[in-house]
Ligand binder design. Structure first.
Ligand code: ARG
Length: 411
């Protein structure tokens, strides 16, 4: 029986050429797999037909937008997932969901190998292949750009020679990956990290400099995920889509960063994630009022480790699952409303309200109604500072009084 290979298919030039390229290089039949994670553009039907026209023996298409929003974007929100404190993992979380569909398609069509269009220099090849190995340990992986010398120029020549139904002239200087959680743009003049981004880089966000009047939105959360916007019930996908529009119109969520790739390269990337960044700002503030102090401090470390694992392609790993369990448990009381002002490129929290808040007005107030017993603070401080004080007394005994000469500038 002829060997079969499933290919992660975008509908673009490179993966359209890859269908025939892989078939010629390996003698296998190629099955195209297209997964909609909210990247926009052409319909799945158009993409499916193109795959068949380019020589795929079968085409598997899946609308995974709700699955992606609920099972990948929402966990990222609950983890306040920002790699290097800035990047909301846009591409990193789409690879595992696409991999799941690739493995399902491989099983359905009896394929032995999975192919993807990544280069050998990025994180995405790692994310795909580690996910695929984990979900389908018997499957092999192949990347035509990396393993079968499929360069851009060769792809253009091949498409022209074989008269493939795909545009070969459109010249986009950037490499772009986008989905409902955000958009990543790299290469071209951005590779000179002294160059600022030009207007044509952006698509999900408008220029915040000349934005419209401020937009105030109330996000209602239930256990760490948004369930209503301005009182209207929404699904996870709807929450992201609606906030992408509203926060995007205000220029919220533009990110310009030089990041550390897993493969050891530092790379410059522009991201746009208006909905994600607005939601993370709101979620963090809701955690501020609903998580107990020690839980909140520890969760920061867990969030960061979770984010690094996900960035590094370990979505389906045991440690990531363990950290998920911790994060999930912390979200029990992360419910309530956050009122957010979207304006001038920023999402600013104006108000917070929660039935499960730990904020106690009577403990916090400096006005009448204060229930906090200030007299107990003295004894607390005596004991809390005792160990540092004891160490300082030893210092004085051995080396004399503390040096205060750096304190202030005397004239
Ligand atoms: N650097 C980002 C990541 O590793 C985005 C990668 C895809 N970006 C792109 N423009 N092709 O998650």
């Amino acid at each position: 029986m002829t060997d079969r290979i499933v290919l992660a298919y975008s509908g673009g030039l490179d993966t359209s050429v890859a269908i025939g390229w892989i078939a010629e290089a390996t003698g296998a039949e190629v099955i195209a797999v297209a997964v909609d994670v909210g990247q926009g553009g052409e319909s799945l039907e158009t993409v499916r037909q193109r795959a068949l026209d380019c020589g795929a023996v079968e085409a598997y298409v899946a609308d995974a937008r709700d699955e992606f929003a609920e099972q990948y974007c929402m966990p990222t929100l609950r983890a306040n997932g920002l790699y290097m404190d800035a990047y909301p993992l846009v591409s990193a979380i789409s690879r595992p969901v696409i991999s799941k569909h690739l493995v399902a398609a491989a099983q359905q069509f009896g394929a032995t190998t999975v192919a993807h269009g990544c280069t050998g220099k990025g994180n995405d090849q790692v994310r795909f292949e580690v996910s695929i190995q984990t979900l389908g340990p018997d499957l092999k992986c192949i990347a035509p750009v990396r393993d079968l010398a499929l360069t851009r120029d060769k792809a253009i020549d091949y498409a022209t020679a074989h008269d493939l139904p795909i545009e070969t002239t459109k010249k986009n200087p950037f490499s772009i990956d986008q989905n409902v959680w955000g958009r990543a743009v790299e290469t071209g003049f951005l590779e000179d990290i002294w160059n600022g981004p030009t207007k044509d880089v952006y698509e999900y966000t408008d220029d915040p400099t000349f934005g419209p009047a401020p937009d105030v939105v109330t996000i209602t959360f239930d256990q760490g995920v948004p369930v209503a916007l301005d009182g209207e019930t929404v699904t996870a996908l709807q929450a992201i889509e609606q906030l992408n529009r509203r926060a995007g119109a205000q220029g919220v969520g533009r990110i310009d960063i030089v990041e550390d790739r897993l493969v050891g390269i530092k790379s410059r990337e522009i991201y746009e994630a208006p909905g994600a960044m607005a939601m993370i700002a709101a979620h963090r503030e809701l955690e501020n009022i609903t998580l107990e102090r020690e839980q909140a401090r520890f969760k920061k470390t867990v969030d960061q480790r979770w984010t690094e694992l996900v960035y590094d392609g370990q979505w389906f790993s045991p440690l990531k699952a363990n950290l998920d369990a911790f994060i999930h448990e912390t979200q029990k009381y992360v419910s309530g409303d956050i009122r957010l002002e979207l304006h001038g490129g920023r999402a600013t929290v104006l108000g917070r309200r929660s039935e499960t808040s730990l904020y106690d007005f009577n403990l916090a107030t400096y006005d009448t109604g204060d229930t906090f017993d200030q007299s107990s603070a003295r004894g607390f401080i005596d004991i809390y500072g005792l160990s540092a004080k004891t160490a300082s007394q030893r210092e004085e005994r051995l080396h004399g009084k503390p040096d205060l000469s750096g304190a202030g500038v005397q004239k």
